[in-house]
Design a binder for this molecule. Structure first.
Ligand SMILES: Nc1ncnc2c1ncn2[C@@H]1O[C@H](COP(=O)(O)OP(=O)(O)O)[C@@H](O)[C@H]1O
Ligand SMILES: [Mg+2]
Ligand SMILES: [Zn+2]
Length: 328
């Protein structure tokens, strides 16, 4: 059974806490050895709770004595910090340094999920989704324009057209922000739509954005499984799709035209446009086929708002096969 996304996220946050505490203990040992006066102070501080017990047991003016003890401890701590800086350490060297100070790496703030836990849940969900995408297989550097040289398509020079698209894709990836436009890549199969989409995904992920890439079939079946409750209750693929910084839907048109799929696609396209988040859609369908296959409300959004790029040329999968036969 796969561990739930939630469990994995919580474990990651809590292992940060253990790392922070272990590092803190290591620092105490280091400083106790190097700076004996601080070791003495630490020993004094460590006796605090037993001192409080003594004070309580002895009775008398408990409040005043505890107040005094607190004052002594504060002074000792200040002295310890000043010694640390004298020895060239940061004054807070002996504090515990959590990755998330808000929840001290527990994952919870006032009984609700901390932002760091939410962020981790989303990050794990996204990386699980992208695991099948083989993001490392496609790069801008192994996209060659040579394949389009000397090829024409409906009187258009494929090389010139594809060089334009390639440059758009490179610029898009390198200047990506959450406010970047949405793109529609369309054209026959084997012309590099998936390749360029993956190259964009890879670059934008490297820039630190949350990117989800998958074929529309995989994404819809995942959403459907969760919708009908047969999956990990903590995984919410649809929510991730709606809020990822960049969503790349590959192979629009290959999905079954069920009412669930149609309404989910509309929901994704529409919600992301409303939120101003960019989406890249690629499809082997032609413009007229898109118009025939989808409802008006989807088409109007795709055509009016998405920047569309027509991929032309001859099937590169076939060209590559031919070349490899020619060589061997
Ligand atoms: N310009 C290119 N340079 C090098 N390889 C390419 C190029 N375009 C496509 N390919 C390769 O050809 C195959 C098919 O391309 P793909 O991007 O899947 O086409 P599409 O998504 O348009 O059907 C893939 O293996 C891809 O890496
Ligand atoms: Mg493709
Ligand atoms: Zn936190």
């Amino acid at each position: 059974m796969i561990e739930s996304v939630f469990q994995q996220a919580l474990q990651e946050i809590q292992s940060r806490r253990i790392r922070a505490q272990t590092e803190n203990e290591r620092r105490y040992e280091e400083i106790n050895q190097k700076i004996p006066p601080i070791a003495e102070i630490n020993a004094q501080l460590a006796r605090t709770s037993s001192r409080i017990f003594e004070i309580l047991r002895e009775g008398g003016n408990v409040q005043e004595q505890i107040g005094q003890l607190r004052l002594q401890n504060e002074q000792a701590q200040q002295f310890s910090s000043s010694l640390l800086t004298k020895y060239g350490y940061p004054a807070d060297y002996l504090d515990i340094h959590y990755t998330c100070e808000k929840c001290q790496d527990t994952g919870y703030c006032n009984g609700v999920y901390c932002d760091c836990l939410r962020h981790e849940i989303a990050a794990i969900g996204i990386s699980r989704m992208n695991r099948t995408a083989q993001l490392n297989l496609c790069d801008f550097s192994d996209f060659s324009l040579d394949y389009y040289k000397g090829v024409t398509d409906e009187d258009k020079d494929c090389y010139a057209e594809m060089a334009k698209i390639y440059n758009v894709a490179v610029d898009y990836a390198s200047s990506f922000t959450k406010a970047s436009p949405s793109l529609l890549f369309y054209g026959a199969s084997g012309l590099g739509k998936t390749h360029l989409s993956l190259a964009i995904a890879k670059k934008v992920i490297e820039k630190g954005y949350d990117v989800i890439y998958d074929s529309i079939i995989n994404l819809l079946s995942q959403v459907e499984k969760e919708h009908f409750g047969r999956s990990d209750p903590e995984a919410d693929t649809l929510a991730l799709l709606l809020k990822a910084d960049l969503l790349i839907l590959d192979d629009l048109g290959t999905e079954f035209r069920t009412s669930f799929n149609v309404s989910t696609i509309y929901n994704i396209i529409n919600t992301r446009l409303n939120r101003g988040l960019p989406t890249i859609i690629s499809t082997n369908l032609t413009y007229p086929e898109i118009s025939q296959n989808y409802e008006k409300r989807i088409i109007s959004r795709l055509f009016a708002v998405y920047e569309s790029y027509h991929f032309i040329g001859s099937d590169i999968r076939l060209l590559k096969k031919k070349n490899s036969h020619a060589r061997f």
